[in-house]
Design a protein around this ligand. Structure first.
Ligand code: N2P
Length: 384
């Protein structure tokens, strides 16, 4: 046992004794055994009958509304084995699509996965339920830097799921490494990728790429800058085969397209199909993001409890590691990271080096300008 680990255990043992004294000898425990993370988590024990909120039983089936190809489906089997709860997955393709669904009053989603800036917006709109941390003891496994994110201090509403970056994926045997976003924004009919490239079907992401290329803040609310970015996005259309956020990486892996604007892990995942698929952040910079597990305010108490059990399960070190090994995104879970192989932890696509990281921007809520972004994006999409 390393010295630091021993020290942590000592402090935890002390805290456990203090907690026991405070509860008059009773163990403070989550609502169910599964919520404590099953047998691999020794620190928590099953609740005693009288402590469990007798009236609420977890839903036997929940819907997980997630980005596509973002979780190892085996996680559902393992969770079901342990809790009897079935998780059904449904997919969205952008934060705005997710927001529109919730604002439209949809019900039945127990866990959703908005990115950083969207968590902010959803909290303000009253669309998220507060998490009951007693049911999510594995929250302690999160790395310190993810415990107090500015969009959700103290993980009151959400738990970080995975983080990654937005850049350009390309076929390295047919295209030189793109140095600049110009490969998309200055379409050249003689370039091999002309007509064989896609951009994300995502207003904030595609505007961010254009604004970063123009040297502007990707969170700008300046109308003139946004109009300039719109014109650039329209100019790029000549060289694009389309907008796509779900299958773009496969279209590059298959050779149908030669480059695509997209998310780091998606390209790494598609490398399994084509080893020539590579990823880069252009010199002007790119976007960094963290997606989060949250529960819609509309969830029933039964759905919410099952959702918290599921979130807690995902926070188990072995499950967190399994998810990163599947989707190639970095884990905010410090204990999960310890289980990941060295070559994963050293992969610069997963963990951008400091020099690249300094050129990455988080998207932030843009307030009233949100509608302007959407209107200008509609204009881009409608342009010939
Ligand atoms: C997974 C998509 C990653 C989510 N296919 C981007 N926020």
């Amino acid at each position: 046992m390393r010295r630091t680990t021993r020290w942590v255990w000592l402090v935890m043992a002390l805290l456990a004794v203090l907690a026991l004294v405070a509860c008059g000898g009773k163990t403070e425990a989550p609502a169910t055994e599964a919520a404590a993370g099953g047998e691999t988590t020794q620190e928590q024990t099953a609740p005693t009958q009288e402590q469990a909120p007798a009236e609420v039983q977890p839903a036997q089936e929940i819907v997980f509304y997630n980005w596509s190809e973002y979780i190892d489906p085996e996680v559902y089997d393992l969770f079901k084995e342990e809790t009897g709860i079935t998780v059904v997955e449904d997919n969205f393709s952008s934060n705005e699509e997710l927001l529109a669904k919730l604002k439209g009053g949809v019900t039945g989603y127990a866990v959703i996965v908005p990115s950083d800036y969207m968590v902010n917006i959803m909290i303000q709109e009253g669309l998220l339920a507060e998490l009951n941390h007693d049911n999510i003891p594995n929250i302690k496994n999160l790395a310190e830097e993810w415990r107090n994110v500015p969009f959700d201090p103290g993980n009151k509403y959400c738990v970080p799921y995975q983080w990654g970056t937005t850049g350009i994926g390309y076929l390295s045997d047919q295209v030189d490494e793109p140095q600049s976003w110009a490969v998309l924004f200055e379409p050249d009919p003689n370039a091999p990728w002309y007509g064989r490239a896609t951009m994300l079907d995502d207003a904030r992401e595609s505007f961010a790429a254009a604004l970063i290329y123009l040297g502007y803040d990707p969170n700008t609310t300046d109308e003139a800058q946004l109009q300039e970015a719109r014109d650039l996005l329209i100019q790029a259309k000549a060289g694009l085969s389309g907008y796509d956020s779900d299958t773009y990486e496969d279209l590059v892996a298959s050779g149908e397209n030669l480059l695509a604007h997209g998310w780091s892990g998606d390209f790494l995942m598609a490398q399994e199909d084509n080893e020539n698929l590579a990823y880069t952040i252009p010199q002007e910079g790119g976007v960094i993001w963290v997606d989060n597990l949250c529960i819609p305010a509309s969830a029933t108490p039964e759905e919410k409890l099952a959702a918290e059990m599921f979130i807690n399960f995902i926070l188990r070190p072995d499950i967190g590691a399994k998810i990163s090994e599947y989707n190639y995104y970095a884990s905010p879970n410090a204990e999960a990271e310890k289980l990941l192989p060295e070559d994963f932890l050293n992969d610069p696509t997963v963990y951008p080096p400091a020099e690249v990281r300094s050129k990455l921007h988080f998207l932030k809520p843009v307030g009233d300008a949100e509608a302007l972004y959407q209107r200008l994006w509609d204009e881009v999409k409608a342009a010939p």
